[in-house]
Design a protein around this ligand. Sequence first.
Ligand code: MN
Length: 415
Amino acid sequence: MRVVHAADLHIDSPLRGLGRIEGAPVDDIRLATRRAFRRLIDLCLDHEAELLLLAGDVFDGEWRDFNTGLFFVRELSRLRESNTRVVMIRGNHDAESVISRHVPLPEHVTTLAADAPETVTFEDLGVAVHGQSYGERSVDENLAQRYPGRRRDLLNIGLLHTNAVGSSDHGNYAPCTVSQLVDHGYDYWALGHVHRREILSEGPWVVYPGNLQGRHARETGPKGCVIVDVDGLQIRRVEARELDVVRWATVVASAAKAQNLDDLLAEVRAGLKGALVGADGRPILARVIVEGATGLHEALAANPEPLEAQIRAIAADLGAIWPEKIRFRTSHPEGEAAIGEHTLLLGALRAELARVAADPEALRDYLGELGPLAASVAPLLDLRLDDPAAIIPRLDELESLLLGKLGAAALEIPR
Ligand SMILES: [Mn+2]
């Protein structure tokens, strides 16, 4: 028997932070979550999967119209052909209280109840699936605690949307621990909620398949589902399958050894090429970070636009890769000491920034006074100067750019 386990589909969730990127594959990007779901259904058909498990966050929130629901139903209906049964739960993004519209689901699809844990058994497959949906967006209770005991005569699967790893990147919903799940007596825990693929235990299996399609620059790398091969009451194999349509990557290029801009561009090119490897021709949206202590720092800080354009041109030349954002986090190789007589001035600036960093009011006043200088570097960092809360965690970068600007200006001042 083959069971396919997926979670966090977030169908029709927009891919974020793209703005307008010259030549980017806009249709692939717009339809990515839908196409990834279609690939999931194709996979079930190709493998004649008996069971498809969806561990919550099928949708991304309230639908704009019924098309999102209709698309979902139409794709699920294709599974009649392979006689694939579907069991799903609602997660925080598609809790009953969140999605007010509904469409009737086909008879081979079961959504587990939200008021109490529920068990569906498939005697012909020898499987019991236990699980519970979210009724509200925020579920603080440890749901797994109340899941029923195992059925001795069947393979037991727990379907659960949970933060089982204390992840701070995700809401702490239906929190539980891995050891609690391991001790519960089931054969396989089909989890959802954490968007990164993680196998937390192999005996019994406790698995996050990750989301089906990365949605922003922090959801990098391959995304997809997991196929579980079952032989009687034994799980033989658990294998990840990539289903994403568009891939996100972080490309870090070190400027530390670059003697000149050509060296640096070669470094960036190598990084972009590396991201293309293993993507099987999928379009890649890459966040490019140029970092390191380098003699090029002043030039980059003073005028990064030409280098940005060159990086975009390299990407265009390489093929299906688009820099989503380009960030410069370089520093001067010998700190501000190397800028000679301006050391005192720069030291004072650094001390002042440190002083106001902890105080939003002071920072607001300070940025007002600093005016033109801060305003000239803020766009390079995507910073809004009227929002101190956003600036404080990035003062290092702001400082580094300010120092660079000052350093470059100093070099240009005729003596
Ligand atoms: Mn999710």
